[in-house]
Design a protein around this ligand. Structure first.
Ligand code: ASP
Length: 705
């Protein structure tokens, strides 16, 4: 079967009427009218209707066509004809024509499908059942079928266009695509590493890169000046719905640049690729400091598609007699609120008190929420009577409250709790009331992050430890001054989603060393982990900086898909499992042993494997004797018998008559069975696991020596 002279299903138009065509593809749908059979033939380019009719199609072809089923792979020859008026199909681009079949070859049959693939109705006005209700794991198990669906094909083709656009644009600006290693050393980005054991260096591991960070910096030291890569990164993080253990980044680095260069470059790229999805982003993207983002929206990835910024109300209650606020302020706390404009009709007392104050807001980490509605020029709520007239007036003024507004406040001794809970409340309310414009795309740069975060163990880098601080004269032992440092990092956020981030880097080994010290790394650890970086920074490292964009997320946003898995050909499911290949999977003891990772003297069991199988495998490994699958049940029975006897021995310990004797022993296990010679001994398979064999002998495993 050749494709020579092949026409594509999605191409013929009325201008092709009369042409003879040969098309290949899959049977998307069928409609059988007895005398006439219609099929939708689908290839990557689209769908065309093919007609098999007793009038125009040879009888033997009609006969073959009658046996067609969904998703058979076929070749069809026929003539393009214009459809009769009122039989056009607006669902497909070729809907004004159809192909009168003269020949048909069934290239490959298909089994009954696990879920529907067809997405285009054969009749005007008809609706097709999609995969909406199909379990995602089933789709992933048969991903090769799921990917036949036009929607999935379109998404992956658009992903290709977006990546091509990025490559072309970067190439135009002299960026060079350089590949960096996948088997490497840990590259800290705040997640756990995926480790790969080395066979040739037993008990040594490579790490899969969390990002190519250090290599791209080394490329700058090497003088490439402008680097990019569309690269897989691996992070072993806790499961979250929109996360994948491996994901794709657009990774960029440039020398002799500052933040402005990166903003300019990234904005240009984003505008270009969003255009592919028909979305116009306006430039320049606004900027917001980390402090402002947290203080007014409660998040370092704020959704700026709508307002509802926080208003600080702490000052209003300095002399309050309202007990709860008084206590909180006494403990150095704060009170912040939002004004939900004109929504009092949609937020009843019941919803505010019983849903938000009692359930939803405590779920965000705050103890409660204070609510007030502005009705007839007065504040109204369950606690307003506790506020003085002055306080009420000040609230109205500070929140610019008007009739119909709802004021929500959160108070807590901890600023972080107030910011975070109010931030989540802001999003919840806006979502519930439909206040977020769905077709708006609002990028924002978040800048001036703190360089370090406080953790239970000490401090950690907010981005990664190679990020340049805003000043270099800090003392790595002075925790207070360390926590006051800002970084030269920036995150790109669109509609509340972090799509990328980067920074200007440290290019001075002394400063880099001070950062490592501040993070509490010993000299030995620094040398072991980052010695090569420090050494490179000693050879004329240029100033440099870069950024990485999470491509799966960017593509999902441009295409408006419900999850990033919709724009990845073969993703893992929400549990980081691949239903198609069943990865990750248990591996055989032999393989573990070869990697020096299986110690038969230690734990006999490996999590996730079956106990019996393990024991037999480890016995086989320890004894260096190959075991045939057929022998397994016998050995399993013998092991069971041995365990029973061992119990007996234990029970009878101390009795006069010993159970076993070294001479004249009866075969207690295989009662009187005649000794047999294993076929494995005859064909030499018996020595399969032996490290070395000499004549009829083999070397015993060192553990037994
Ligand atoms: N390596 C960083 C990341 O993967 C990005 C960067 O700093 O360029 O998030």
């Amino acid at each position: 079967m050749t494709c020579q002279g092949r026409s594509y299903c999605g191409h013929p138009r009325v201008s092709d009427v009369g042409r003879e065509v040969r098309m290949t593809g899959w049977v998307d749908a069928l409609r059988d009218h007895g005398e006439v059979l219609f099929i939708h033939l689908r290839d990557r380019s689209g769908i065309v209707q093919v007609v098999f009719s007793a009038e125009h199609t040879p009888p033997q072809v009609c006969e073959r066509a009658a046996a067609l089923r969904n998703e058979f792979c076929v070749a069809v020859t026929g003539r393009v004809v214009e459809r009769a008026k009122d039989t056009e199909n607006p669902h497909i681009e070729t809907g004004h024509i159809e192909v009168m079949a003269t020949d048909l070859t069934v290239i490959a049959k298909s089994k009954t499908l696990p879920f529907p693939i067809s997405e285009k109705a054969m009749l005007a006005g008809a609706v097709v059942k999609g995969v909406g209700s199909v379990a995602e794991d089933l789709r992933l198990q048969y991903r090769y079928l799921d990917l036949r669906r036009p929607t999935m094909q379109d998404q992956l083709i658009k992903r290709h266009r977006i990546i091509k656009c990025l490559r072309d644009s970067l190439d135009e600006q002299s960026f060079i695509d350089v590949e960096t290693p996948v088997l490497t050393k840990s590259t800290p980005e705040g997640a756990r590493d995926y480790l790969v054991p080395s066979r040739v260096h037993p008990k040594h591991f490579y790490a899969l890169p969390q990002s190519p960070q250090l290599f791209k910096q080394l490329l700058m030291v090497s003088g490439f000046e402008r680097y990019f890569q569309i690269v897989k990164c691996f992070r072993d993080e806790d499961l979250r719905p929109n996360r994948q253990p491996e994901f794709t980044q657009l990774d960029i680095e440039a020398s002799f640049v500052d933040e402005e260069f990166i903003y300019e470059l990234s904005e240009d790229l984003m505008v270009r690729i969003f255009e592919i999805g028909g979305i116009a982003l306006s430039r320049p993207f606004p900027r917001m400091t980390y402090h402002e983002a947290i203080d007014t929206m409660g998040s370092d990835r704020p959704d700026i598609r709508f307002g509802m910024r926080f208003i600080d109300a702490t000052g209003i209650f300095g002399n309050t007699s309202y007990g709860i606020f008084k206590q909180i302020l006494k403990r150095g706390g704060c009170i912040k609120g939002i004004n939900v404009k004109g929504q009092s009709e949609n937020l009843s007392k019941n919803v505010l008190q019983n849903e938000y104050a009692k359930q939803i807001v405590p779920g965000f980490g705050a103890k409660g929420m204070t609510w007030m509605r502005m009705i007839n020029g007065q504040l109204e709520s369950n606690i307003v009577q506790f506020f003085s007239n002055d306080e009420q007036r000040a609230i109205i003024e500070r929140f610019r409250a008007e009739n119909g507004d709802v004021i929500l406040m959160i108070a807590d001794p901890s600023y972080d709790v107030v910011a975070s809970a109010l931030g989540q409340l802001r999003l919840h309310i806006a979502d519930r009331l439909g206040l977020i414009p769905q077709d708006a795309y609002r990028p924002v740069w978040i800048t001036d992050f703190p360089l370090f975060n406080v953790t239970d163990e000490g401090i950690t880098s907010n981005h990664h430890p190679f990020t340049a601080p805003d000043r270099t004269d800090f003392d790595p032992a002075d925790r207070r001054s360390l926590l006051a440092l800002r970084s030269r990092a920036y995150d790109l956020v669109i509609n509340g989603e972090e799509l990328g981030g980067g920074s200007i880097r440290i290019n001075d080994s002394d400063v880099q060393q001070k950062i490592f010290q501040a993070l509490g790394l010993s000299d030995k650890e620094v040398k072991e982990k980052f010695g090569f970086l420090l050494s490179a920074l000693d050879y004329g490292a240029p100033p440099h900086g870069g950024i990485a964009l999470g491509l799966d997320r960017v593509v999902a946003m441009i295409l408006g898909t419900s999850s990033i898995r919709e724009v990845i050909a073969f993703p893992k499911n929400r549990s980081a499992h691949c239903p198609l290949t069943e990865a990750p999977s248990v591996i055989a003891h032999e393989q573990l042993a070869e990697l020096g990772l299986f110690d038969p003297a230690g734990e006999r069991r490996i999590a996730g494997t079956q106990e019996d199988l393990d024991l037999i495998d480890s016995l086989s490994w320890v004894s260096r004797i190959g075991i045939d699958d057929k022998e397994r049940p016998e050995i399993a029975a013998a092991l069971k018998e041995a365990a029973r006897l061992a119990e007996l021995v234990k029970e009878r310990a101390g009795e006069d008559e010993p159970l076993f004797s070294v001479v004249n022993a009866t075969n207690l296990i295989r009662k009187g069975a005649a000794a047999r010679i294993s076929p494995l001994a005859e064909n030499g398979e018996l020595f399969r696991n032996a490290p070395s064999v000499k004549g009829r002998y083999f070397k015993v495993a060192s553990i037994l020596e």
